[in-house]
Write a protein that binds this ligand. Sequence first.
Ligand code: PLP
Length: 417
Amino acid sequence: MSDSSAHPESGPDTVAATGQLTGILRRIADFGASVEGMFGEGDHPAFIQIDRLDGPVHAVIDGRKTTLFGTNSYLGLNFDPRCIAASEEALRKWGTGSTASRVASGNQNGHVVLERTIADFYGRPDAIVFSTGFMANLGTICGLASQGDLILYDSHSHASIIDACRASGATFKPFRHNDPADLDRLLTEATVPASRILVVMEGLYSVWGDVGAVKDLATVAKRHGALVLVDEAHGMGLYGEGGRGVTEAQGADHLVDVIVGTFSKSVGVIGGFCVTSHPALQPLRFLARAYLYTASLPPAVVASARTAIGIIKTDTALRAELWRKAERFCRSVQALGYQLCAEPGPVGSIRMRGKAQGLDMWRSLLARGIYVNLLIPPATPGGKVLLRFSVSAAHTDEDIDTFLGVLSDLTKVAQIA
Ligand SMILES: Cc1ncc(COP(=O)(O)O)c(C=O)c1O
């Protein structure tokens, strides 16, 4: 970030002389300088601009044809002709935006039908649709827990879960990642009744790409009598016979009180949701400020989300295709000598030795038309530098072979595996 774009409102004098800044402006300017310094000269991982998209995973970046291995479009549904047609029709009939909250004039037929669709998909009577996955966690967790309650959350949880814990007013503590014994310890030591404890975890953790120990953790939580919430943001569409996520795949549905998810990954649009079977939780939408005080989803997004969920529910071949490609890719990466953070799956990370190697590798891949995500501390658990990839059903076998070929060439040149 350049000085002139950091704080336009701070005026030319202060911008020109950042050394004279104090207080909030000083802190933000120092932070900006440290972000800039983190990556040195060359392409900056946070500022890559996609100039054109030719489908879900093919792009033009800086004039170069690039295959995207860093999207969350696991099933390629953001370019599915049926989803696009549904969006186009809704756009013409309903206009570009809802222009109001669900509780004002933003509650359109499409939103209500989408809630029915997602509730039916999860086989639960109640669903609330939010405007993003982040807001689904914020609204649901803050709606459920408040002062005097305790939230126990997996230490690898997404920022939206942690921010929700902070905003809820409840006491919150992390348990060791995927560790039922540690959760058991915290539940045993808790000084509030178990009925006032909310246990939060994810189905699939997208930084390492490892599956949550949902069944084991939820079993412990239920033994104590706590409520269980699982975020299936990345698991939805990937795991389970019905595509509902890791909770379904592990046969843990009956142990989970609330499932939260997003439409921004396999569903291919934007938006979030929570589903539950508890009649007592029906008033949640009136407690969820991230639902009440924001505009509802645009109609075109609602229409394609509904269509995409229908496809996820019925098109098991698409899911099988994704897994075939993901497993082939991961096994081949391992065969080249690289270490993955988790079992092969559609999202995962290759361990790098440090920031210099990670940045070098990331830039070398990009220069050869392969886009992945570079993750560095503090955004990574365990302080590791990682190259995160995601495989999509929309990748061709040739795309995967090209990535593997480039990785192999880079390995030979730099001996970096
Ligand atoms: C586990 C988890 N929850 C919630 C979110 C937020 O979802 P969205 O990007 O749709 O707001 C993400 C996004 O990466 C996520 O990984």
